[in-house]
Design a protein around this ligand. Structure first.
Ligand code: ADP
Length: 400
């Protein structure tokens, strides 16, 4: 099958600078999640800038859908609609005085009619969880929020490929995880997503394919568990293996666990070790309840009641809208990312938790817990938090 994006032996030297790429050939499959991994100065950004024609290779060829890129203004405009680029520093990308105007910039340039522009802006802001921010000046937002504005601006043009240069570089750990969850959602919606990063842990968890670069060369490519198991390669790229994979490989070498598909999460790893140590998946007499609250249909009171009754020990929210809801309702959160796994881990030691989320993610939680339940043979399910009818928000007036 033709890769969606491809570079064929490309080289590039910056004016008065070093050779940044020295013969790079990579193939990016449609719908994949690819991480270009390497230390600072490896050539990651330079390679990404080639993919939507912002840089032109000195020699070699870049192809999109099998067609070599053309560098006239019209072809480039067309390409950039399909291959959206999110810069490392959102301040480079954000240009308008309000969030709304900034996100509208792309669709406006495409010549869309006003109605379509409004729709595109609303959809993109909804996707990144920034509805209600329309009139805010972007320079007053936090780093994570600015990043979301920049992403919304690109999403508003509905590109098939999204390229992120170091998406989490300046963000704190929680904001980083939230951005990576957003990138996951984009990929699960069928888009092709590419990132550059020197964060091996992040690439290991997130990517289905990695390209390891150093000094303008590709050192290796393949599934992250293969590339990151090669210590020699990682040392050549001045990187460390991901902690989870390193531990797993070392336990395998000592015959403590059977090697198979390496685990990607703490939940998978602890399950594997437990199975190895006990020889089977233990029957649990008591698993904790995982409550699930759809914040679009429940009030803060229903959640507070559960907390007061002592029915909920840990609270998590998934998605920006759910986090805003928790903030508004002054509900303190223990988990703001990796929420489903953390709540399953708690359920397995008999502790109860509550996941607050909205929209399509409600089904996603049911599905993920259902899958875990089927795989592990443990009867786990999410219990929806029901609102007594008379308390349903918006119904008070109708019931009087
Ligand atoms: P990475 O993204 O992996 O950190 P880059 O692609 O930014 O690497 O850089 C690759 C090489 O090109 C480095 O040696 C860097 O110093 C050089 N370089 C990057 N941008 C420029 C530029 N605008 N002018 C001159 N040299 C540059």
């Amino acid at each position: 099958m033709t890769p969606l994006l491809e570079t064929d032996n490309i080289t590039y030297t910056y004016p008065n600078g070093p050779a940044a790429l020295t013969g790079v050939s990579v193939q990016i499959a449609g719908g994949s999640k690819t991480a270009i991994v390497g230390p600072n100065g490896a050539g990651k950004s330079t390679l990404l800038l080639m993919l939507n024609g912002m840089l032109r290779p000195t020699s070699g060829e870049v192809r999109f859908s099998g067609q070599p890129l053309a560098y006239d203004t019209r072809s480039l405009r067309d390409l950039r609609r399909r291959v959206g680029f999110v810069f490392q520093n959102p301040d480079v990308q954000i240009i308008a005085p309000t969030v709304e105007a900034d996100v509208a910039f792309g669709p406006l340039n495409l010549g869309l009619p006003p109605d379509a522009i409004r729709r595109a802006v609303q959809d993109a802001l909804g996707y990144v969880g920034l509805r209600g921010y329309e009139k805010r000046p972007p320079h007053h937002l936090s780093g994570g929020e600015k990043k979301r504005v920049a992403i919304a601006g690109i999403l508003a043009m509905e590109p098939a490929v999204l390229v992120f240069d170091e998406p989490t570089n300046t963000l704190d750990p929680a904001s980083s995880e939230e951005i990576m969850e957003l990138l996951d959602e984009l990929a699960s919606g069928g888009r092709t997503v590419l990132i550059s990063t020197h964060d091996v842990e992040l690439a290991y968890r997130w990517a289905d394919s990695v390209i390891l670069m150093e000094r303008g060369n590709v050192l290796a490519r393949g599934p992250p568990e293969e590339v990151f198991s090669d210590h020699g390669l990682l040392a050549a790229a001045r990187l460390k293996p991901p902690a989870l994979l390193d531990l797993y490989n070392e336990l395998g070498l000592r015959d403590v666990i059977d090697r198979g598909v390496p685990p990607k999460s703490v939940l998978e790893f602890t399950d594997r070790i437990e199975r190895e140590l006990r020889g089977h998946t233990p029957v649990r007499d008591e698993v904790g309840t995982i409550y699930l609250c759809n914040a679009d249909q429940t009030s803060g009171d229903a959640i507070r009641r559960l907390i007061e009754q002592g029915a909920v020990e840990h609270l998590g929210a998934m998605g920006t809208r759910a986090k805003e809801f928790a903030n508004r309702e002054r509900i303190l959160l223990d988990y703001t990312y990796g929420v489903i796994d953390k709540c399953i881990l708690k359920a397995l030691i008999g502790e109860s938790s509550l996941i607050i989320t909205t929209g399509g993610m409600v089904d996603h939680v049911h599905r993920r817990i259902g899958e875990y339940s089927a795989e592990s043979g443990l009867a786990l399910a999410a219990t929806p938090v029901e609102e007594p009818t008379s308390h349903r928000p918006g119904l008070e007036g109708a019931l009087e």
